[in-house]
Design a protein around this ligand. Structure first.
Ligand code: GLA
Length: 393
């Protein structure tokens, strides 16, 4: 069996109950933002390239209300041994990164980058996005906080793109991760039954229907997270920038396979050449993949997913043995169209496209042979961030 994903209404009720128990008051505003899975187009967003994620039914809910005074009180239902579940934020010193639990930095970051004036508030955060599992749990939190601020304050005039950029900035400045725009963008812009082909340079989106009832998107969480993620991510980003600079291009978006020959001819660093090779080929795969999905060519799309994984493993070097094993175990089963690591890498999840009648067999094969303990999610493309209504009000 795959994990049962609670529906939004049930999760909202749970979150409201946590709020009542914690604050002894009624919450008045309710919002959510989803996590995402990326179908193809990995490590291309910060190179001005193309990505193709979809929003998930795994979501982060925030309920709460405005608070008089200058202090905000935020409580998260996610408990860990080494961090407090409550944060008190002084809205007049919101840029102070030295206090409070680590998760509250994301909240601070969004408040600091909010386009408009953020009032003080009381809020509860409750989420089904696995934390640090490569399904954009941090973007879901950032976008939910942004949406919540929009709900409790003056309605913001900022465009969706500018809101996504503000959330990305929060992650850069407050979590220290120089991420691209994909996660925040899709968390705002996701649509039911559709994947998003995002042009990360033009910041535009082309919606691609994913409605064939025979086809399933299966996410497998390796449940491992290798510590290297933060540092390795920014190293990759710098290597790509170096390649673009050597080629005298604004970004690798403009680069072609001929440019790889040029990089070789000037004896550029071997790793830099491999990174550029991945980005150039991944952009091509993502654009081709979008066309294939539009035509219902799932076999072709699956092949591109497999190529994408190999490129991430061999040229971008961001996979790990657990992700490689999960991909291989999925691909062993008849009815699987394609499988690859998804997200930043070094742990987290794989995404597999397959025929629905193969789902049980794949999960069984992985359970029997994978060295760790996997978690499975069967996911349909879902709606982006939204406010929820309390039907009793
Ligand atoms: C993380 C980042 C994204 C993107 C992916 C890799 O999820 O937040 O911006 O770069 O890694 O594709």
């Amino acid at each position: 069996m795959s994990e049962k994903i609670p529906n939004v209404a049930a999760l909202l009720e749970e979150t409201k109950t946590i709020f009542r128990n914690h604050f002894n008051e009624e919450p008045l505003q309710f919002v959510y933002a989803p996590g995402r899975v990326n179908l193809i187009g990995e490590h291309t967003d910060y190179n001005g390239g193309f990505v193709m994620p979809m929003a998930l039914p795994l979501i982060t809910i925030i309920v709460g209300k405005k608070n008089n005074g200058s202090k905000s009180y935020v409580y998260t239902s996610a408990s860990t041994v080494d961090t407090s579940q409550e944060a008190i934020l002084d809205m007049e010193h919101i840029t102070d990164k030295s206090t409070g639990p680590k998760w509250s930095l994301y909240v601070r970051g969004v408040i600091a980058n909010y386009i408009g004036t953020a009032p003080a508030f009381k809020a509860v955060i409750h989420s089904t996005v696995p934390i640090g599992g490569g399904l954009a749990s941090s973007a879901a939190l950032e976008v939910a906080v942004y949406y919540f601020l929009d709900e409790i304050g003056e309605p913001s005039k900022a465009t969706v793109v500018n809101r996504a950029l503000a959330c990305q900035q929060a992650e850069h400045e407050y979590a220290g991760v120089p991420c691209g725009i994909m996660d925040q963008f899709v968390s705002f812009m996701g649509k039911t039954r559709q994947a998003l082909l995002i042009d990360c340079q033009k910041m535009t989106v082309d919606y691609i229907p994913l409605t064939d009832p025979r086809i399933v998107v299966l996410i497998t969480n390796s449940n491992v997270k290798h510590e290297l993620t933060g540092g390795e991510y920014s190293t990759r980003r710098k290597q790509c920038e170096e390649a673009a600079q050597l080629l005298k291009r604004v970004s690798l978006r403009e680069a072609t396979t001929h440019d790889l020959d040029y990089l070789k001819s000037i004896n550029a660093n071997e790793e830099v050449i491999k990174r550029a090779k991945h980005v150039i080929s991944e952009n091509r795969r993502t654009k081709e993949g979008a066309e294939m999905l539009k035509q219902g060519n799932y076999m072709g799309f699956g092949r591109l997913m497999a190529e994408s994984h190999n490129s991430l493993r061999d040229d971008y070097n961001v996979s790990c043995s657990e992700l490689d094993d999960l991909v291989e175990l999925a691909m062993e089963v008849e009815g699987v169209l394609g499988s690859r690591m998804t997200g930043a890498g070094f742990g987290g999840c794989t995404v597999t496209l397959l025929f629905s009648n193969a789902v049980e067999k794949v999960m069984d094969n992985i359970r029997r042979k994978y060295k760790g303990v996997p978690t499975f999610y069967i996911c349909e493309p879902s709606e982006g961030a939204a406010k929820l209504c309390d039907c009793r009000i």
